[in-house]
Design a protein around this ligand. Structure first.
Ligand code: COA
Length: 174
């Protein structure tokens, strides 16, 4: 875990990784709300490569995703395609939240090995000293299709919390 007060070399490395993650995500990510309060988790492989990154920030509010019904006749594969293609909508009523996942990324060759799940578990026990965050206290920043599928599985519901949406229009209100 890299914290804002860590040595410059560590923060520089985190910045490089964040740029690479943002490029990989392929679109401009919402800026971090407050650099001095972010926590970055890096997942390092046995051969000392960064294969996972999670950047978390303090937030106050999240908005619940409104689930759209998957067509009933779909096979598992069709369901995933449907999930990937559909836009997501969320409620406009804020709900209290504590931790915002601003970025979560796993190296493409290492996906589906529970690395993202392990990083979130680690985040939940380390975000606030002495407390273990519940899944209800976590929100995802403007999730990608992969992020949506992951969050739905991890949270055990498609109605997880999100923040930083609407092209930044609401960002100043959050
Ligand atoms: N499609 C369908 N289900 C998925 C999924 C996908 N692409 N990714 C995760 N899941 C679900 C699965 O049910 C998975 O369990 P299973 O493999 O036993 O079926 C469960 O979530 C746990 O996934 P996990 O292995 O912990 O996730 P991961 O290490 O593969 O990382 C991401 C998930 C989203 C971080 C990774 O796909 C990624 O880096 N994507 C590119 C960056 C990105 O889009 N980040 C999200 C920003 S919101």
């Amino acid at each position: 875990m890299v914290l804002p007060d860590d040595p410059k070399y560590a923060l520089k490395k985190v910045e490089e990784i964040r740029e690479m993650v943002d490029n990989d995500l392929g679109f401009q990510q919402a800026p971090l709300m407050c650099y001095s309060r972010t926590k970055t988790l890096l997942f390092i492989s046995n051969d000392k490569k960064v294969i996972g990154c999670l950047i978390a920030e303090h937030i106050q509010w999240g908005y619940r995703v409104i689930e759209e019904k998957v067509p009933e006749v779909s096979s598992e594969n069709e369901k995933v395609i449907f999930e990937r293609q559909k836009a997501w909508c969320c409620s406009t009523s804020p709900e209290p939240a504590i931790c915002g996942i601003s970025r979560i990324w796993v190296f493409s060759m290492m996906r589906r090995k529970k690395i993202a799940s392990r990083m979130i578990e680690c985040l939940r026990s380390n975000f606030i000293y002495g407390s273990y965050l519940s899944k209800e206290e976590i929100a995802f920043s403007d999730p990608t299709p992969d992020g949506k599928l992951f969050a739905t599985q991890y949270c055990g519901t498609g109605q997880f919390l999100v923040y930083n949406f609407l092209n930044g229009q609401h960002q100043t209100l959050l």
